[in-house]
Design a protein around this ligand. Sequence first.
Ligand code: GAP
Length: 482
Amino acid sequence: MAAINEDVFKKVISHCKEYGFVFPSSEIYDGLGAVYDYGQNGSELKKNIKEYWWKSMVQLNENIVGIDSAIFMHPKIWKASGHVDSFNDPMIDNKDSKKRYRADELIEDQIEKYLKKGKSDKADQLRTMFAQYMEASDLEGLKNLIVEHEIVCPVSGTRNWANVRQFNLMFSTQFGSDADEATEIYLRPETAQGIFVNFMNVQKTGRMKIPFGIAQIGKAFRNEIVARQFIMRMREFEQMEMQFFVRPGEEMKWYEHWKSERMKWHLSLGVDSSKYRFHDHVKLAHYANAAVDIEYEFPFGFKEVEGIHSRTDFDLKQHQAMCNKKLQYFDPEINQNYVPYVVETSIGVDRMFLLTLCNAYKEEKVANGDKVDSRTVLNIPPILAPYKAAIFPLVKKDGLPEKSRAIMDTLKFKYNCLYDEKDAIGKRYRRQDALGTPYCITIDYDTAADSSVTIRERDSMQQERVPIDKLSEIIDKRLELK
Ligand code: GAP
């Protein structure tokens, strides 16, 4: 089963390349580790994911507003937030393969292995010790666990390990043109700090009343020790984050609220609920008093897609102390000034993209007269699909292309559409199935006479004759959420 799933994952990766979804960055120079480019179809899907999130978080919630803060930020921000001192992962090198690993991930994989072999006692014992050492940042303890549990390097197969060391994940660069006066600054490792440092600006100019949220979508950068699993763990990626500012003492209520709201958002896209689970954090980040991940079952197992964190008043208090300015809110209902508490929802755009593709990728057998054909189809939720409709003239002559383009002109302002006149209709259908286009619309010789077209639905492959002026209604219906 595991082998089959690994196979599916490999197929998804090659599908991404073959159909213009994702390319390795700088490919003509042999690529750049864990950096990827989105192609002509991938960038449409990615844009739709961001828009779906933005609409549901900002447009549908009167008390949430969005911002777009700069990637470059004052270096003191990262000192205040704790990232300079604590944004580390424990890493370990294998002396034979010269490969570097995250010590915590090696141990977590070992726990999974024990569970798969039915050795739940061993898994529990390892999990308990692991939690203790992570909590105490005991690097020697982690190394001992790796040795005691005979964890081997997946590449060399040996147990020849160096010591576990901490590795800071932030990228730094020089800011300013004068080499002597240039300051070292960091590429932001999360978008959240851009929200915290704008808390007063937004609250005052937007006359926001607590509870309220500030959302943003943007790039983040982490020098990941082990970048693996395609766009799952990248060094440059994108986050969609929302900080919800609440009255102190009410944070757990809002934490539960956002936990459930975010899961509803995921399920609204029609993914089977058995593919999702919550995973409470064993070791809380330095800023959190509660944290949970929303995990999705990728072909390589359940992995985090989104985190919901109760961040207390840690960040605002830290910035208040560092910049020496009050970052407080006057609550007229209780007649008090306070530093608000924060509940954060943070989802990776790229992971959501990968989830969407892994969930959508299907290989199907299709009856074709006496023969059985096969097709690869992406059952992408129509609202996220790169194109909502593809327009085909049956043949490339007799005025059918002109008629098709005229229909496309009526639809293209509302929906992203594709025009295709090359190859036989069957081949064109297959191309659109592989891109996840929900509808193909064929214009034939009868169209001029009866003002109707054939519309073919992606998942059922059913074809129907419909009037041209009904097309928009049909597509709209399909874009409605369940
Ligand atoms: N502001 C909180 C924060 O950044 P996080 O759990 O480190 O929390 C949030 O990251 C989300 O960002 C993750 O759930 C994941 O979807 C995404 N993410 C984190 N690191 C990533 C990476 N290296 N590549 C792709 N996505 C990543």
